[in-house]
Ligand binder design. Structure first.
Ligand SMILES: O=P(O)(O)OC[C@H]1O[C@](O)(COP(=O)(O)O)[C@@H](O)[C@@H]1O
Ligand SMILES: [Mg+2]
Ligand SMILES: [Mg+2]
Length: 344
């Protein structure tokens, strides 16, 4: 195998092709560098004193989502904030762990992009040494806005100029799109660089594998109940083939598997999360993952609408998610549309 090229070299090539400008190239480099720092913190585990809950004296620290924060949620957020505030390419930032967005304050240099991130995805897996990750999305700051507010971030997923995630697993990998394919880079720990190990990831169109939290089954809507029942019926059911199931409960790990070997990932609407609109967050989970999946030949939907066309109404908006192998996502969507048509 020929020597893989570095992330820096790949980004320079994309700039030469006119796919990105120098600002966006450097922005991605800054995010990648922050992810390397998070990877080191995650890798130290119990030795780094970073496991367990955030907060003091037995008092849990609760974020804007109403969820208890882990120490690594807080640390990863701080690493991304610090790195990007000094980067000079951003006008503002928004994070799963912060109530409102943050315009880059004086005296930091201000740029033209907006960055949204889930600093540590899969928090429930931190203390059990299972893969976690960082998810990010890059938007343009609207023209004429120098101090962006929450509403300036409310752009549909189609407006993303870059998206990616870093998975902290047996190896640390950065999976990135700047709108020209989805590419995977593996961190060479000795050299300290991300190296391009898969150019142009492709999701097989069809699959026999699904990912869903089955413990929520009785809370799902009827079309989701019907869809999964038919998958479980296997060879004897209407699908005529047996399906396998996987659920890591870190979206990064589940999506990484799907980008690698296909499958369908779903976090559907259920009666526990219906009032909030779903479980997963549109702006820094669903949208970046949907762009990566579409760029790899897959599909992503809310079950009723293409994910990337959802017009956001709030920064921490939640949505139902179906993404992965295109033919299978289309089938899941069809169950929902047929149900809606039959029930008005
Ligand atoms: O525990 P559940 O309900 O199966 O949820 C798992 C889902 O929750 C999440 O962990 C939410 O992410 P955070 O850890 O960033 O809050 C997703 O990664 C994952 O798909
Ligand atoms: Mg998450
Ligand atoms: Mg998180």
């Amino acid at each position: 195998m020929s020597q893989p090229i570095s992330l820096t070299r790949y980004l320079i090539e994309e700039e030469r092709h006119g796919h990105i400008n120098p600002e966006l190239r450097l922005l991605v480099e800054v995010v990648a560098r922050a992810c390397k720092r998070i990877s080191i913190a995650v890798g130290k585990g119990a030795l780094g004193g970073v496991l367990g809950d955030a907060g003091e004296a037995g008092q849990a620290s609760i974020n804007v989502q109403g969820e208890a924060q882990k120490k690594l949620d807080v640390l990863s957020n701080e690493i991304l904030l610090e790195a990007n505030a000094w980067g000079g390419h951003l006008a503002g930032l928004a994070s799963e762990e912060m109530t409102t967005s943050l315009p880059i304050p004086e005296p930091f240099p201000r740029g033209r992009y907006l960055l949204l991130f889930d600093p540590l995805d899969g928090s429930s897996n931190i203390d059990v040494n299972v893969s976690v990750g960082t998810i990010f999305s890059v938007l343009r700051c609207p023209d004429g806005v120098s101090e962006p507010r929450d509403e300036d971030f409310l752009q549909p997923g189609t407006a993303q100029v870059a998206a990616g995630y870093c998975i902290y697993g047996p190896s640390t990998m950065l999976v990135l799109t700047v709108g020209h394919g989805t590419h995977a880079f593996t961190l060479d720990r000795e050299v300290g660089s991300f190296m391009l190990t898969t150019r142009g990831m492709r999701i097989p169109e069809e699959t026999r594998e699904f990912a869903v939290n089955m413990s929520n089954q009785r809370f799902w809507e009827p079309p989701m109940q019907a869809y999964i029942a038919d998958l479980l019926a296997g060879k004897d059911g209407p699908r005529g083939k047996d399906f396998n199931m996987r659920w890591v409960a870190s979206m990064v790990a589940d999506v990484h598997r799907i980008l690698t070997r296909g499958g369908i990932f779903s976090y559907p609407l259920d009666s526990k999360c219906a009032a909030k609109g779903g479980k997963l967050r549109l702006m820094y989970e669903a949208n970046p993952m949907s762009l990566l999946v579409e760029q790899a030949g897959g599909a992503a939907s809310t079950g009723r609408q293409r994910m990337l066309e959802v017009v956001p109404t709030s920064l921490h908006q939640r949505v139902p998610v179906f993404l992965g192998s295109k033919a299978e996502v289309d089938i899941a969507v069809d169950y929902h549309l047929r149900h809606d048509a039959a029930h008005g």
